[in-house]
Design a binder for this molecule. Structure first.
Ligand code: GDP
Ligand code: MG
Length: 720
């Protein structure tokens, strides 16, 4: 008798897998990553009735498709390593959803034992689960457990060992019917797979066929490698039935398959697997609440209200600690200015380092407040409702119901910020929709673009409010249209079949909220900090070097001396600051950034931008606020804040190289061009440097084309 067995723990995230794993293995654990990816791999030993057990804690997944690295890891482990049994941990309080994964293990055929975990919570809800019925219908052992206390874990091991020994490594796949459209094709595909022994000894034929229908990239690629001929036949069959499904049922085979799986589970539940022992106050409450909160007209209205409140709260609450951080860095740079001698070192420390790091840490309070709000929405169950209500609209653009939140946070209401916005995409489970959201959220009207909008509209338009309104709307339009564009080109692919689950409303715990918030903020500080420091020093250097040659600075110095000896005290001050400003304008033009700006003039003239605007836009890559202040320097007005931009706007309005067409073009460009580099770093963290680079290059190109069009069209209309 084989005394050593490997058991793999699998289940949805938060079902209690790790708790069960710890309770089974105690301290005898090994932790590592799966080769090449950062998904945790944990193994430990346990002993039960003389059996040596290796327990593997697989990553939490909702399904066994190849949508996420976790799903792939879990699936590969089972297919390649063939554990003697899978111990599937289910959160029994949402049995129906959790069974979706169980069903996929059963379709794969691996011996699986169900642990209905969280039974304490189920009982508290006044419910009872008919384990015997479930076990009989599914043909596998079902054990009730409470991982937290260890209840049922011995029985679970007992059943797992017994079942594993009974099965002797034999896999017995379950064949579910996928309806009149798919079933015949599946049969044909199975025949083909069996005839050619295609991907044999990996997975059951029916499973391989279904993967082809589900368009599973990994299986398809592997098939092409091992047997391209058969693979081509299968792909053809899958494509033709996909076309058929789309034209007759308006649905993809993937979604159809998901529907039938849920149908199977729903039918099982209807047989009375779960019984309410006493009426459930909490669920009734949820139902009542949903009658209002997801009602056809009132629902969206309330949602807008809640989103607005959250947005407002994030930025007003966030502003307070943000002010502290800003004050601290202001104080710090004052100290550094006082301590260090005037010159390059001072400029590097104050403008380059303290300015850069301060800029990064300034976002931390905002991120924390926002994640707290999001965690609250998620834990309370409202997020699911929001996604549910928005899903249809967003889906039309290749996005997801949950894309709304990142858009809003990024500046879907003027004044947001794409840094927390991009991080908010973590609530999106499907990678393609997430990527499309990450790449388009920076089009929104973030707080740093607002001063630019105000400046331009004060100079060239009568009604600032309506300019603001149209730019915000323009941001949304750009985000949605580009999302659609990306989803039909570079991020092509079916939407991930999305299961609309409306979990009961719950009151989140403060502790949970705080822990999640801190974890996310810390990873931002740690990872973004280093890269951002480097880039801010680089940008500082580009705007500083090379300095003016000595004879030039000497000329300004002599102008100062002349002024000092000829002017009265009142006139002197004005004259001196005028000279300072002229000198910094000159130095800026002379710097690397200035030379780039000048060099690009012949191209950017197509959109009406001269070298000054170009430098400002280059600086805007550091942070969009820098656009206004750099324009100030370039037009030799000295430092310009958003609040005191009046002088600048008068100057722009009077400048012969500016016109309404330039203004429109600049607005378009600022709204759409490369995200600021903090956002770029965050995009790289959430996706990859490849996509972060894409967002810089694509957005800038897109912005330029549109602003040239805006410039030329406006000029043609205005006859200027
Ligand atoms: P995993 O994501 O599947 O690894 O889940 P964890 O083991 O991290 O558990 C998620 C949460 O559920 C934790 O807060 C656990 O303390 C809790 N939990 C685990 N098992 C039980 C249980 O049987 N009953 C209750 N009430 N809570 C549980
Ligand atoms: Mg875990």
């Amino acid at each position: 008798m084989d005394k050593h067995l490997t058991l793999a723990l699998a289940g949805n995230p938060n079902s209690g897998k790790t708790t069960m794993y710890n309770s089974l293995t105690g301290a005898r654990q090994r932790v590592g990553n799966y080769p090449g990816i950062t998904v945790e791999h944990r193994e430990g030993d346990a002993r039960h009735n003389g059996h040596e057990l290796t327990i593997v804690d697989l990553p939490g997944t909702y399904s066994l498709t190849a949508y996420t690295p976790e799903e792939l890891v879990a699936r590969d482990y089972i297919v390649e390593r063939r554990p003697q049994a899978v111990v599937n941990i289910l959160d029994a309080t949402s049995l129906e959803r959790n069974l979706y994964l169980s069903l996929q293990f059963m379709e794969l055929g691996v011996p699986v034992v169900l642990a209905l975990n969280m039974m304490d919570a189920v009982r508290k809800q006044g419910k009872e689960i008919d384990t015997a019925l479930l076990s009989q219908r599914l043909g596998l052992p079902v054990v009730e457990t409470v991982a937290r206390t260890g209840d049922g874990k011995d029985q679970l091991m007992e059943e797992a060992i017994r079942f594993a020994q009974e099965k002797q490594g034999e896999w017995a796949p379950l064949a579910i019917s996928y309806g009149p459209d798919l079933d015949p094709v599946i049969d044909e595909m199975v025949a083909e797979v069996e005839k050619k022994a295609f991907l044999a000894n990996r997975a059951p034929a029916r499973w391989v066929a279904i993967k082809y229908l589900e368009n599973d990239e990994q299986v398809i690629k592997m098939g092409e490698r091992k047997d391209p001929e058969t693979a081509a036949v299968l792909i053809k069959m899958a494509e033709s039935v996909a076309r058929h499904c789309r034209s007759t049922l308006k649905i993809s085979p993937e979604s159809l398959i998901a529907d039938y799986r849920y149908g199977y589970i729903a039918a099982l539940m209807k047989e009375g697997v779960v019984r309410a022992v006493r009426p459930q106050a909490r669920l009734q409450f949820s139902d009542q609440l949903d009658k209002v909160l997801t009602q056809q007209f009132m629902g969206p209205a309330i949602m807008v209200g809640i989103l607005y409140t959250i947005f407002f709260a994030t930025f007003t609450l966030g502003e307070i600690p943000m002010g502290w951080v800003e004050n601290f860095f202001a104080w710090f740079s004052d100290v550094a200015t006082a301590v260090l001698p005037e010159g390059l070192l001072q400029s590097l420390v104050v403008d380059g380092i303290i300015g850069g790091v301060g800029g990064v840490l300034g976002f931390v309070p905002l991120i924390m407040v926002m994640f707290m709000m999001i965690a609250f929405l998620e834990d309370s169950g409202y997020m699911a409702r929001m996604a549910y209500m928005m899903d249809r609209v967003m889906r039309a653009f290749g996005l997801h119901g949950s894309s709304v939140m990142p858009f809003i946070v990024s500046g879907g209401i003027a004044g947001g910020c794409a840094v927390p916005g991009v991080m908010a995409t973590r609530t999106l489970r499907s990678p393609k929709e997430k990527l499309a959201t990450v790449l388009t959220a920076p089009f929104m009207s973030c707080g740093a673009k607002v001063p630019v909008i105000i400046l331009i509209s004060a100079a060239f338009f009568e009604n600032s409010a309506s300019v603001m309104f149209w730019t915000v709307l323009g941001g949304w339009a750009a985000a949605l249209v580009v999302a659609k564009l990306l989803r039909s080109t570079v991020i092509k692919g079916e939407s991930t079949p999305f299961v609309m689950e409306l979990p009961p409303y719950r009151m989140p715990t403060l502790r949970g909220l705080l822990i999640h918030t801190w974890e996310r903020a810390w990873s931002y500080i740690k990872k973004a900090g280093t890269v951002i420091l480097g880039i801010s020093i680089l940008i500082w250097a580009m705007m500083t070097f090379p300095g003016l040659p000595e004879n030039e600075t000497a000329q300004y110095a002599s102008q100062r001396t002349v002024a000092e000896s000829t002017l009265s005290a009142d006139a002197l001050e004005a004259r001196l600051s005028e000279i300072d400003n002229l000198e910094s304008q000159h130095a800026l033009k002379h710097s690397v950034a200035g030379r780039i700006g000048t060099g690009m003039e012949s191209l950017t003239q197509l959109a009406g931008f001269d070298w000054r605007t170009n430098i400002a836009l280059l600086g805007g890559f550091a942070a969009k606020e820098v656009i206004v202040s750099t324009l100030g320097t370039a037009y030799s007005l000295g430092e310009v804040d958003a609040e005191e931009a009046e002088g600048l706007s008068t100057r722009l309005a009077a400048d012969p190289s500016w016109s309404v067409a330039t203004a429109v073009a600049l607005l378009v460009f600022v709204m759409l061009y490369a995200p600021c580099f903090v956002t770029v770093v965050v995009i790289a963290r959430e996706t990859s440097w490849k996509w972060a680079t894409f967002s810089v290059v694509f957005n800038t190109g897109f912005a330029f084309v549109l602003s040239v069009m805006a410039y030329q069209v406006t000029r043609a209309i205005m006859g200027g």
